[in-house]
Design a protein around this ligand. Structure first.
Ligand code: FAQ
Length: 312
């Protein structure tokens, strides 16, 4: 990769300083390009792997309405993966290369999708907490400096807000139900709360990527700032439907006007992102298997394109 000339560097830095978007054909430092490929591809992989825990409940959804909504949501997540892979491709990497990195364990995906969905309430918890956390992060990323990533975020956020409501509706319904249903909702809350908070990444003082990400305006707000925003919003939503936040140390801080929380288990987080979470192996094996099984579809589609058939 060619090193930027002085004029190209000035052009890039001036655009960043003016808060203008960097576009695919603009000159950009190699470090910026590589940083974005890492983050956008990991984001895309998360959307796609995230379909697995939800897919586990499609055939067991408690009503036709719930099943239709869940299917539509899962399909949306697949679409999000598509926008994000396309955004990453504008940086000069192919989809095959990104998938090879995922399968070789070189690219990560969100820690959250390595936890199992044991009951229907987990589908509620994913929509409410996981999509809720994803929205807080992605609203901030709408202002990221890379144009294609920023525009993908705008579209994705519109859809995620429906997902969050779908999950909250499930939790609210269960909390208005029998004692057993309320216990099921609380149990899901107990298992998903801390992993959802860890989706925002390690604490600011232990986030090696943040320095460059802020300089290049890829990241606009820190991991801890976004985590706190999510906590403040979600605690109130839990109270409305009668769920208890599973953190005995959590309390409202009158001085800061934010909720303080107890310590999170970062050891568990690092184990999960190293591949040792409860479902890492299962998620990856499934992804590789489906990718291999679908090879004939990709080949047929490519041949059809070469023969001049345009996708509908
Ligand atoms: N999981 O220095 P930082 C969704 C890694 S979409 C795994 O703080 P950075 C929708 C990080 O990559 C959810 N790894 O890094 C949905 C780095 O490792 P590396 C996905 C994590 O990049 C719902 C190392 O730790 N959203 O849920 C995690 O500045 C339902 C050091 O960390 C995105 O990907 C983690 N949670 O900040 C779909 C948002 N956190 O790469 C289906 C875009 C950190 O050096 C169903 N990404 N790591 O080997 C971001 O905003 C950032 O990349 C952060 C991490 C905030 C995730």
């Amino acid at each position: 990769m060619a090193v930027l000339t002085e004029a190209q560097t000035e052009f890039f830095e001036a655009k960043i300083a003016r808060d203008e978007k960097i576009e695919p054909r603009d000159p950009m430092p190699e470090g910026y390009r590589v940083h974005l490929i890492r983050q956008i591809s990991q984001h895309a992989h998360s959307e796609v792997i995230g379909m697995q825990p939800e897919g586990n409940w499609v055939t067991r959804a408690p009503s036709l309405r719930a099943k239709l909504i869940l299917l539509a949501k899962i399909q949306d997540e697949c679409g999000h993966g598509l926008y994000l892979y396309s955004a990453a491709e504008t940086l000069g990497i192919s989809r095959d290369e990104m998938l090879a990195q995922l399968h070789a364990g070189k690219a990560k995906y969100s820690s959250i999708f390595n936890y199992p969905t044991l009951t229907w309430a987990d589908i509620g918890a994913i929509g409410w907490l996981v999509d809720g956390a994803a929205i807080v992060n992605q609203v901030s990323l709408q202002r990221t400096s890379y144009g294609p990533y920023s525009r993908a975020m705008v579209r994705i956020c519109k859809e995620e807000s429906f997902h969050q409501r779908q999950g909250y509706e499930i939790m609210a319904q269960l909390m208005a139900g029998t004692r057993k249903q309320r216990a099921m909702a609380q149990d899901a809350m107990n298992r998903w709360w801390a992993p959802a908070l860890m989706m925002f990444g390690p604490p600011d003082n232990d986030s090696p990527r943040s320095h460059d990400a802020f300089n290049w305006k890829i990241k606009r707000e820190s991991n801890d700032t976004l985590r706190q925003r999510f906590i403040d919003k979600t605690v109130q939503q839990a109270e409305v439907i009668g769920l208890t936040i599973p953190d005995p140390d959590m309390k409202f801080n009158e001085a800061t006007k934010h909720y303080d929380i107890g310590p999170l288990n970062w050891k568990e987080f690092y184990e999960v992102i190293k591949g040792n979470g409860p479902c890492n192996r299962q998620r990856m094996d499934h992804h590789i298997q489906v990718h291999e099984d679908g090879a004939w579809v990709r080949e047929a589609a490519q041949k059809a394109m070469l023969n001049g058939h345009k996708p509908a």
